[in-house]
Design a protein around this ligand. Structure first.
Ligand SMILES: Cc1cc2nc3c(=O)[nH]c(=O)nc-3n(C[C@H](O)[C@H](O)[C@H](O)COP(=O)(O)OP(=O)(O)OC[C@H]3O[C@@H](n4cnc5c(N)ncnc54)[C@H](O)[C@@H]3O)c2cc1C
Ligand code: FES
Length: 270
């Protein structure tokens, strides 16, 4: 794990609500798809706590590395990210969490179904890259409020991933929740599919139900409010089923997660 000051190379605002930040690191970094970093602008006084961001892209360089973070501007932390300019310093801790482990990836005769809800696409691009390198057939079911919220769509298109879109207002793809087209697809042609999802909890709960119904292995990347990001504050726990009494235990999303087998997650607050 690396704790360092990284430097902004580029920070592109993608409309009023999203941004793509590229950071330069002077040390090399290896990370699995679905792992994340905790970041905070060096100059920001507020907020005090770092924010968790999925590693969207990673490039190893002769000296060090660069990583890209795709963010949605929601509140104080991400407003500060949007203000960053080239050359600014950013505290960075990572990579953190378990990520989508290679033993869960499809083998050659299987296909990958990615399900992204809104900014959840940020947690899935690296996985799509690994699958493209291995010539694994990949379909992305991408849902968002409007066409403008389908952020990162072109990056998946560049990997030649087949994309099925759904938006709440019908401005791109079906006017539906993304779980509608997903279920129709699995009902007709879901053989040999393995599912990987990242997005809002209600979406992932529904994806988990659909995966169970069609007997498909499914892995979900949970989002939790995080303070430390490395297992100390116990502020990010999720209820996960287990064999021992009382049938569940609390796991830290930042260490034992964020990726869990969907069948193990007890969806309490949704
Ligand atoms: C493992 C992990 C990976 C993540 N990866 C990314 C990523 O790649 N890109 C990204 O943009 N974000 C990501 N997040 C979420 C991110 O860490 C922040 O929680 C989020 O950006 C809000 O931070 P903020 O400081 O801007 O908002 P805050 O000031 O903390 O909150 C502002 C308002 O937004 C609400 N809010 C906070 N978080 C969310 C949320 N997740 N969904 C809906 N409403 C929310 C709050 O309740 C509040 O009303 C990730 C979170 C986790 C745990
Ligand atoms: S964020 Fe502190 S234990 Fe997970």
């Amino acid at each position: 794990m690396l704790e360092t000051i990284s430097f902004v190379e580029e920070n592109h605002l993608l409309g009023p609500s999203y941004g793509l930040l590229r950071l330069k690191l002077d040390q090399s970094l290896y990370c699995l798809p679905g792992q994340f970093v905790m970041v905070r602008p060096q100059k920001a006084i507020e907020p005090l706590l770092r924010r968790a961001m999925a590693v969207y892209r990673l490039e190893r360089r002769e000296e060090g590395a660069s990583i890209e973070l795709l963010y949605q501007i929601l509140g104080r932390g991400t407003e500060q990210l949007a203000l960053l300019r080239p050359g600014d310093g950013v505290h960075l801790l990572g990579p953190l969490g378990n990520g989508f482990l290679p033993e869960t990836w499809p083998v050659t005769d299987q296909r990958a179904i990615l399900v992204a809800g809104g900014i959840g696409s940020a947690g899935l691009l690296l996985l799509a890259e690994r699958f493209a390198e291995r010539s694994i057939e990949t379909i992305l079911f991408f849902g968002a409020r409007t066409a403008k919220d389908l952020v990162g769509l072109e990056d998946f298109q560049r990997l030649r991933v087949e994309i099925i879109r759904a938006t709440d207002d019908g401005s791109s793809g079906a006017r539906a929740f993304v779980t509608g087209p997903l279920e129709s697809y699995l009902a007709q042609d879901g053989e040999r599919a393995r599912i990987y999802a990242c997005g809002p909890e209600p979406m992932m709960k529904r994806v988990a139900e659909i995966a169970r119904r069609y007997c498909k292995p499914c892995y979900v990347s949970l989002e939790a409010r995080m303070a430390c990001g490395f297992g100390v504050c116990i502020g990010c726990v999720a209820k996960i089923s287990c064999d021992a009494e009382p049938g569940y235990s609390y796991k830290r999303v930042c260490v034992e997660g964020p990726v869990f087998a969907a069948e193990e997650v007890i969806w309490e607050n949704v």
